[in-house]
Ligand binder design. Structure first.
Ligand SMILES: *Cc1c(COP(=O)(O)O)cnc(C)c1O
Length: 371
């Protein structure tokens, strides 16, 4: 046995599978790629991928090659896409571990070609094109050049064409259709009769722009129970948040009126105040920006953060909540009684998006999986 932290990130694999089935249904005929980059958006890449595999998932996406190799070595046998490029010296790992490369330059095509040749194999590559994100991908004036290179390079063949939407979380944005139209322009350059996998839709595209789903959708945030635009209302039959975050009260005290709290005394009491000290701070992904503005749940009620969030501790006001004692559970993310704090609500307090909140909390704490 190991000593355990007061802080616990709980991962509800039943909710994950529910979201997967919900999104699969939404995606209809399209193949489904589960985005598990960033250690599964903080939920744990390996555990989530294996839970999804049991639910029928066969395609996964990560950012970098080391994540892909790690996922393969964990026993995932489906397709694994490495989305953001690689050091040409590492090209042989794609061949050895059957990782699907996403390419956007000549150097990586050449490197994959010689690695494939050396191992007497052929490797299918997905070409990333830039349809308006202005991030990774070749531009329209370069596509013939790069398609020729893939064609010419021994040991490589074109297996897919991919792009990414910048504004798909906004169902009303005209940008998504413009990007999609440009994606279609790119496709006109593909060799005739070349059946390749076309994919561009993220969660936003999948949920709000059904005509853009093409052959495969790539869902991340929605798999973990959040709507990409940050809609706070979670309908019971829709997506379900997968992560919750709890801690325990380590001390309770009453301080007098006129007393400052935490570093810098940025909060000074106006009346005698009852505080609960929580062993959670910015080191645990509970951002320092939550100082004097975040809330946590205790006994099913909301307790506001008072003063600055420290590295490993923070104080919440429990003057309005009776009977709080040492050892009581505090919920920082998730449900307690009738109350719910979502990653979108936390994101709103600190000026970010659910994605970042989930990564911060999930990747900085011990995780516990519930089936
Ligand atoms: C992260 C990512 C996705 C998934 O986006 P969500 O908004 O989380 O669904 C899809 N495609 C690419 C290229 C990505 O980087």
């Amino acid at each position: 046995m190991q000593p355990s932290s007061f802080n616990r990130v709980n991962i509800d694999l039943t909710a994950l599978r529910h979201n997967y089935n919900f999104l699969k249904k939404q995606a209809e005929e399209a193949e489904f790629l589960a985005m598990v980059k960033a250690d599964g958006y903080g939920h744990g890449m390996v555990d989530c991928a294996h839970a999804l595999a049991k639910a029928g998932c066969t395609v996964y996406g990560v950012a970098e090659l080391p994540e892909a190799v790690y996922l393969r070595q964990s026993g995932i046998s489906g397709e694994i896409y490495s989305m953001i490029g690689f050091d040409p010296a590492d090209a042989h790992y794609f061949v050895e571990h059957r990782i699907t490369p996403v390419v956007y330059d000549l150097a990586s095509i050449e490197a994959l070609s010689s690695a494939a040749e050396q191992q007497g194999r052929s490797i299918g590559v997905h070409l990333k094109v830039d349809t308006g994100m202005s991030r990774l991908g070749v531009q329209l004036h370069d596509i013939d050049n790069i398609l020729n290179a893939i064609e010419r390079a021994p040991g490589t063949h074109l297996a897919g064409i991919a792009s990414h939407f910048p504004c798909a979380d906004d169902a009303a944005s005209a940008t998504t259709q413009q990007c999609y139209d440009l994606f279609k322009e790119f496709q006109k350059h593909l060799p005739a009769g070349n059946e390749v996998v076309k994919h561009i839709a993220n969660s936003g595209g999948t949920l709000y722009s059904p005509t853009t789903r093409e052959d495969m959708v790539r869902c991340g945030i929605s798999l973990y129970g959040y709507y990409p635009e940050g809609r706070n209302h979670i309908p019971e039959d829709g997506l379900r948040p997968v992560m919750s975050f709890t801690t325990r009260v380590v001390q309770v005290k009453t301080i007098p009126a006129g007393q400052g709290i935490s570093y810098g005394h940025t909060y000074v009491t106006t009346k005698p105040t009852r505080l609960a000290v929580l062993p959670v701070g910015y080191e645990d992904g509970f951002s320092r920006k939550l100082s004097n503005c975040g809330e946590v749940l205790l006994h099913g009620r909301r307790a506001p953060v008072r003063g600055r969030v420290c590295m490993n501790l923070c104080m919440v006001d429990i003057s309005e909540i009776d009977g709080v004692g040492v050892g009581d559970e505090a919920v920082l993310l998730g449900r307690q009684g009738e109350e719910l704090i979502t990653a979108d609500e936390i994101a709103g307090w600190i000026g970010t998006i659910s994605y970042e909140v989930l990564c911060m909390i999930g990747n900085n704490n011990q995780r516990e999986y519930h089936n």
